[in-house]
Design a protein around this ligand. Structure first.
Ligand code: PHE
Length: 341
């Protein structure tokens, strides 16, 4: 039995020294020291021994058990230390490596232009107003004096949602005039930027989705001179003092009189080039004195109050502001283009 114990001890110690995982140590513990382990099996034969031999072998067995137990613990501690060292090595941070640069984006040039426009109007006492892109034809047309049969209501120009042409993607921000008249106390000064939709083919100056900025003033004694004075001052603030503008008579159902405002072409300085289609001028907004019928439909006394409104194309403003020659660049979102602003 003595030799048996000695063999167990040697075998176990050798196996322990080889173990590389704590799970292995645990199964070795079970194998040698467990209830059905080899050491226990030897002890079960103690009954066969003589009374003199029994304490000697018992002592020896205990020594082996203690030795193996201690060895298992020591080996476990060693493995853990190795593991910790490996982890520390793996997770080591080299604080001398230069950091990875994070690419920071910035506002889209069109929104930069919009911010500038908003700032100028807010400085003049205007309030910014937001409204629905899915609009009722009632607000987009009827309340703006464009009744059934008006050419602008045509299916070929407008994205309708229903057969009855009642719900649509707004084709202009002008319905915001009506929303403002319905919800704001007089006097009113609002600026309403947003997306509008028309069935246009994409080219250098057209897109089926584009942006307008609507502006409206209603107060007592408002005249066309206020309209011209305000818009001229805005263009000078945006594009620099002495920026040349011109007003041309035009027609809109909801303004009377109506006009369009042009700004001298930024590319050719008025000589004529592809950007301005040889005109020397770029049309930037439609405007006019609010039609008395439109005021009355919203319950505003047109004898006491008058007002003006405009709707400008935001893309065109941004193109002029940043000297961009093709509208498509604004929507393509090519980073190489956007990075320049
Ligand atoms: N809504 C008109 C357009 O889209 C522009 C406009 C706005 C004209 C306000 C007059 C007054 O062309």
């Amino acid at each position: 039995m003595k030799t048996q114990l000695e063999t167990i001890k040697q075998k176990a110690l050798a196996a322990l020294a080889e173990a590389k995982e704590s799970a292995e140590l645990e199964s070795l513990r079970v194998k040698y020291l467990g209830k059905k382990g080899e050491l226990t099996a030897v002890l079960k034969q103690m009954g066969k021994l003589s009374a003199e031999e029994r304490p000697v072998i018992g002592q020896l067995a205990n020594d082996v058990r203690e030795l193996l137990t201690a060895e298992i613990e020591a080996q476990k501690a060693k493995l853990e230390e190795i593991k910790l060292e490996a982890r520390l090595r793996d997770e080591a941070v080299d604080v001398t490596i230069p950091g990875r640069e994070k690419k920071l984006g910035h506002q889209h040039p069109m929104y930069i232009a919009l911010e500038e426009i908003k700032e100028i109007f807010v400085g003049m006492g205007f309030t910014i107003l937001d409204g629905p892109e899915v609009e009722l034809a009632y607000y987009n047309f009827d309340r703006l004096n464009a009744e059934e049969g008006h050419p602008s209501r045509d299916w070929s120009d407008t994205f309708y949602f229903d057969e009855d042409s009642r719900v649509m993607l707004r084709s202009q921000t002008s319905p915001m005039q009506v929303h403002a008249m319905e919800t704001k106390p007089l006097p009113i000064r609002i600026l309403a930027p947003g997306r509008v939709y028309r069935k246009d083919e994409v080219d250098a100056t057209h897109s089926p989705m584009f942006h307008q900025v609507e502006g409206m003033v209603i107060d007592k004694n408002i005249t066309m001179a206020d309209l011209k004075g305000t818009l001229t001052a805005v263009m000078e603030q945006l594009y620099g003092e002495g920026t040349k503008t011109r007003f041309r008579p035009h027609h809109f159902p909801f303004t009377e009189p109506s006009c369009e405002m042009d700004v001298q072409c930024h590319k050719c300085g008025g000589v004529g080039c592809p950007t301005c289609k040889g005109e020397g001028w770029i049309e930037i907004l439609g405007a006019g004195m609010i039609h008395p019928k439109v005021l009355e439909m919203s319950g505003i006394d047109s004898e006491e109050y008058s007002g003006w409104a405009f709707g400008m194309g935001l893309e065109r403003m941004a193109m002029r502001r940043f000297k961009i020659s093709d509208l498509r660049l604004i929507f393509e979102n090519d980073v190489r283009f956007l990075e320049q602003f």
